[in-house]
Design a protein around this ligand. Sequence first.
Ligand code: HEM
Length: 491
Amino acid sequence: VQKSRKSSQNSQLPPSPPALPVIGHLHLLSSTLHISFKNLASRYGPFMLIRAGGVTQYVVSNGTTAKQVFKTHDIKFAARPEFGSADSQIYKDTLFSTLNYSKYWIFLKKICMMEILSAQQISRFSDVRKEERMRLLQVFSKKSEDGEACDVGVELMAMTNNLISRMTMSTRCSGDASDGAQIREVAKGITLLSGLLSLGEAFSLFKKYDLFGAGRKVKALLLRFDALMDGIILKHEEENQRERKDMMDILLRISEDPTAEVKLTKMGIKGLFLDLFLGGTDTTSVAIQWAMAELLNHPTALKKLQNEIDTVVGLSRLVDEPDILNLPYLQAVVKETLRLHPSLPLVFRKCREACKINGYPIAKNSRIVVNLYAINRDPDAWENAAEFMPERFLVNTIDAIAHDDPEDMKGQNFSYVPFGGGRRGCPGAALATTVLHLTLAALVQCFDWKLQGVEKVNMEEGAGFSAAMAHPLVCYPVLRVNPSEVLSVIG
Ligand code: HEM
């Protein structure tokens, strides 16, 4: 066993656990990497060096250190490290989430923020969200009528897939043959395999050999995705008279604009679409699922939320998007859920230019992992950090963020970073929170939720990078307000 690299022994390097030859710290890491990193940080501090296989990375675990990555040196850390899976990545030059910081990435970011994920574009699709919410409520109503249990995650996943599919290309994922359904299948496969690849990649042991064949399978899926996208693009070019422009219409318009600062190619459009499907579906449905699980385990919070909705919205109509502003407890429940369960708990960045973090020199091209999970649960920043306490967001204390601060979801307070931070932070945060608020509100307005055979939901976290629940959330909806009846009231 090598000697621990304590800062006193080598002031150029941050603290690091004792390492084994060749594998380094691999033996200290589990498949829930964010939890392993958090546990190690409680011993080795908020900035530590972790070596696994051939990869050395700095791990950031508190708000003050994250602030240096997300704000002080934001532009220096605005790049992603290369992943070995890039070898099988046909979109490696166009995938927004993995692109290096470049003129092209800046161009795509502008398209995201000003066009396809802008507040205006999101609000144009509020009726689509309402329809999909209604479908979801009807599925649960039927289960309630039949006295059947439901797997909440499966239904939520179908809803978020339909939402993204309709916003991106005006089609639902219904029926096995629909474009949406096929894209969903391919994206699901890619997510699964990329999880495997990135895990191997994080430890860099199997990278060269692709032992599980995941690289080859990802490539095959990407080729299928590519062919599907060709068909979708063609259809959009033929039917370009849609009254409401979806994301594909907007991107095709930009691709044909001779004055655009950068040429958006068809490959570029496909890469961006892949990102929207990979980044925008599971993340949101997993967060709603965690919120439901926390509420089931905290019946007083569930009751309080239902009372707030009953008082503000009443029982004669369904909660709707303009209501969110008047539902502070709902906002607090969503914030507290994302604090405890950030859907992407680890953020990977690459250093573009040498700088210092916490006084330690960081060389160009070093890998940095920001552990959002550990930061959001830092006991120095949050009282009873592991407890689900939405009330903390209702008061303006030193460790709580004022619920009316519009910046607090965007990682401006660096002890609360569910969407990462800085210029590379999540561009879908506004869409995600809109969907989260409304779906959760509708689910608890219309139903009481019961467990059977167990007293508490098992909150164990699943393996991989997505921080999903390890066990399906299976429960019984009991009708409170019949969505079909109130729908007829609001027309
Ligand atoms: C609860 C839901 C969501 C959570 C918790 C979440 C979280 C994150 C996080 C932590 C990052 C990395 C940020 C960083 O490096 O600092 C990210 C990146 C990204 N997210 Fe989200 N996200 C969510 C929903 C969405 C949605 C709905 C979309 C789009 C439809 C989206 C699209 C993206 C994209 C494209 C990136 C890559 C950005 C880049 O590399 O510049 N996300 N997200």
